[in-house]
Design a binder for this molecule. Structure first.
Ligand code: NDP
Length: 326
């Protein structure tokens, strides 16, 4: 099979597009013929070796895949079933989706949601499913459209793009924070009411600022997340899922103890199955399908290594679908 393979040896860290013998696939109770995978931020970290995402070598990266079951000894899946995988350490400690086949634990899989094609699920991918988890996090904390503006940071990226589309369809007024002013029309096309320059949020700020945001989806972390907390209205919530700007959090407790704001942490990787299915069901109703084409671009498997470098350089807009059979 064709695959992206990451190695670390005496010569250092390397990723290559190569042939891999299927007999090397790891153990698992479901073998999946992969139709599509995708490039998430974490995959690009792994492929470029920017941070230690991969914890065993050699590794096939790819935290997402959509495909067809070829063989299964798991009671919930049979040959021919269409399935979807997001996370569970796949592409980090277990061979992942950037290959033509994968051998996985059936407990990690969910049936491919009926309303989506395999390619559409990868256009959404972990980034989009995490955006949905963030919106669910805002809802659970009582954030409603009438309360005011919702800020989305890292707006032109994968999480940001899908979050904007969902929030706008649900009736929220979305403000998109981006470092790419040339993407303003794209972001407004997804439903953003306005855009702001991400530099307004990226420097050390005051412990408390003007109360502006009813809620926020933050994919950036660091000073940006600290400034988002400082700018939340009384009782507001930020769903924090990312670290594109840094994994530190140079904040004070003031927004929490004086304004009762909530910092809702969002993890997608080990999220229980019921939450995954809820999020994918909600994506089926709350994402504007007309936006999927605008959000995604498509590359062959052989293009994944170059695209990972582009993503790390902040040059990728929206989501990248990988056709592993092309
Ligand atoms: P993308 O690469 O698609 O988007 C990231 C965006 O962040 C960029 O497009 C850019 O937006 C912005 N950005 C990049 N670098 C910086 C910087 N130095 N300072 C401020 N903003 C920056 O990644 P994803 O959207 O897929 O993922 C976003 C984050 O969410 C990542 O950190 C990822 O690891 C995390 N994540 C976490 C998950 C979880 O389970 N918690 C699941 C999925 C993702 P713009 O150009 O508009 O400024």
């Amino acid at each position: 099979m064709k695959a992206i393979l990451i190695n670390k040896d005496d010569n250092g860290y390397s990723a290559q597009f190569t042939d891999v013998d299927e007999s090397q696939l790891p153990e698992g109770d479901v073998t999946v013929k992969v139709d599509y995978s995708t490039l998430n931020y974490k995959d690009s970290l792994a492929i470029t070796g920017t941070s230690p995402v991969v914890r065993s070598f050699p590794m096939v990266p790819g935290i997402d895949l959509a495909g067809t079951v070829e063989a299964s000894s798991h009671p919930e899946f049979q040959a021919g079933d269409k399935v979807l995988l997001n996370g569970f350490g796949v592409g980090e400690v277990h061979w992942g989706g950037l290959a033509q086949k994968a051998c996985l634990k059936g407990d990690w899989l969910i049936p491919l949601p009926d309303v989506f094609t395999p390619k559409q699920t990868m256009a959404i991918g972990t980034a989009g499913y995490t955006a949905m988890l963030c919106v669910l996090g805002l809802e659970r904390n009582g954030v409603t459209p009438e309360q005011g503006e919702i800020l989305v940071t890292g707006a032109a990226g994968g999480v940001g793009s899908v979050a904007i589309s969902i929030l706008a369809k649900l009736g929220y007024t979305v403000v998109a924070s981006t470092g790419r002013p040339e993407q303003a029309d794209y972001l407004k096309g997804l439903g953003a009411a306005a855009t702001i320059d991400r530099n307004e949020l990226s420097e050390k700020g005051r412990p408390l600022g003007k109360e502006r945001w009813a809620g926020a989806v933050d994919a950036v972390g660091s000073h940006t997340l600290a400034n988002v907390c400082a700018g939340l209205k009384y009782g507001g919530t930020v769903a924090a899922c990312g670290l594109a700007g840094g994994f530190d959090l140079p904040a004070t407790v003031m927004p929490f103890i004086l304004r009762g704001v909530t910092l809702a942490g969002i993890d997608s990787v080990y999220r229980p199955k019921a939450d995954r299915i809820e999020a994918w069901n909600r994506l089926g109703t709350d994402l504007d399908f007309g936006h999927i084409e605008a959000i995604m671009s498509e590359i062959p498997l052989s293009g994944a290594i170059a695209a990972a470098a582009d993503q790390m350089a902040g040059k990728v807009r929206g989501r990248v679908v990988v056709d592993v059979n092309r």
